[in-house]
Design a binder for this molecule. Structure first.
Ligand code: SF4
Length: 367
């Protein structure tokens, strides 16, 4: 059996760790990291109006089939948006292309991530629950380590004196985490890279602008699909904050969500004056995050795949909330262009700087 699935940020490292601990490493096929070819394949074989996550993940699955995958785990769900149709349509397209495979549909809807451990147990020849869960714990520890380091990287990028240093350290950290085989090594890697990032030469005089990244899960987490927007903001001296991390999502979806104890409940509550219910995808969260963080951030960037219904609804609500903070909407699709996006980012950052200057002047006069 040669299993494969599509990419989502650095999740492949976590999945790899999980199956390797269960002795299934040789059965896993990891398609190439998202690149222009992946996108071209996805665009070529998808219906034109479908969203970018669909096209990118289809491109991954085609590349996996080319590498010999015969079992495809395809994300789907019973959500309100078109995510519910993903698995069926992608399966049909791949069969029409002549690939032979067994399809395993994986529900990504909330409360249903429990399906994942069950699936891994089945694939591992019914290994004991103890083995499956211990392997999962180690894999999640890797994801948590990657996300912790990334949070530090987001801060360092904004103030580092030699631009690109944090990115280089981050790439090395990811590789070291991928190679870590036990908890001790993993802990050492995490401490070591956070320490190195803390010692990067920085501009200590500047107070960087704070910009929150909100929007649809996939385009927020996939740097290829958003043209590495966080790095570009770092080059402009902006500190990026975001709530969406794979470890947080997995933790809440697996353990806390059904109890209503998670961060999401807070965000949904904040969105209630403007949007009373889930509209699919992350639309509800996008509105709630704007309301919650209006006082903490200088601005927000709202990432949305072109034609994504939930984010279109959210985007239309944004200008009418009384919580006032500049929001730059960025639509991601195969037409997105780096030069155009950089021009918009520069203009947005200029606007935020002048707003902050005006605010500081007013406070100065009042005191
Ligand atoms: S949330 Fe938007 S981008 Fe994601 S699957 Fe639904 S429609 Fe597509």
């Amino acid at each position: 059996m040669r299993i494969a699935t599509s990419h989502l940020g650095n999740l492949y490292i976590t999945i790899k760790a999980w199956v390797q601990k269960l002795g299934l490493g040789g059965n896993l096929i990891i398609p190439p990291a998202n690149n222009q070819r992946t996108l071209s394949l996805g665009v070529k074989y998808s219906p034109e109006g479908l969203c970018l996550p669909f096209k990118m993940s289809l491109g991954n699955l085609i590349e996996a089939c080319e590498m010999g995958a015969d079992t495809l785990v395809i994300a789907g769900g019973a959500g309100i948006c078109r995510l519910g149709y993903y698995a069926k349509i992608q399966e049909q397209i791949l069969r029409d292309l002549g690939y032979n495979f067994e399809m395993i549909g994986l529900s990504m809807s909330e409360h249903k991530l429990f399906g994942l451990p069950k699936l891994i147990k089945r694939l591992s020849n019914n290994a004991s629950w103890f083995k499956v869960i211990s392997a999962l714990r180690f894999a999640v520890a890797k994801q948590i380590a990657m996300d912790k380091i990334e949070r530090v990287v987001q801060k360092v990028r904004a103030v580092e004196l030699i631009k690109g240093t944090a990115n280089q350290l981050y790439a090395k950290a990811i590789e070291a985490i991928d190679n870590a085989d036990d908890y001790n090594t993993l802990k050492k890697v995490q401490i070591d890279y956070i320490d190195q990032l803390n010692h990067v030469a920085k501009d200590t005089q500047t107070k960087p602008l704070i910009v929150g990244i909100i929007g649809e899960f996939y385009v927020v987490l996939e740097p290829f699909s958003n043209l590495n927007i966080e790095s570009e903001l770092g080059k402009l001296g902006v500190e990026v904050r975001r709530r969406t991390f794979i470890s947080e999502w997995a933790k809440f979806s697996l353990f806390f969500n059904s109890l209503g104890l998670d961060e999401k409940s807070k965000i949904h509550k904040a969105a209630l004056p403007y949007l009373k219910r889930d509209i699919g995808g992350d639309g509800w969260e996008s509105v709630g995050e704007k309301v919650l963080h209006a006082k903490e951030y200088d601005g927000l960037i709202h990432l949305a795949p072109f034609t994504c219904m939930p984010e279109i609804v959210a985007q239309n609500i944004m200008p009418s909330t009384k919580e006032n903070i500049p929001v730059l909407p960025v639509l991601c699709d195969e037409q997105i262009n780096k030069t155009g996006m950089l021009t918009r980012l520069e203009a947005f950052v200029d606007l935020l700087k002048s707003k902050r200057r005006a605010r500081n002047n007013t406070q100065h006069k009042e005191s």
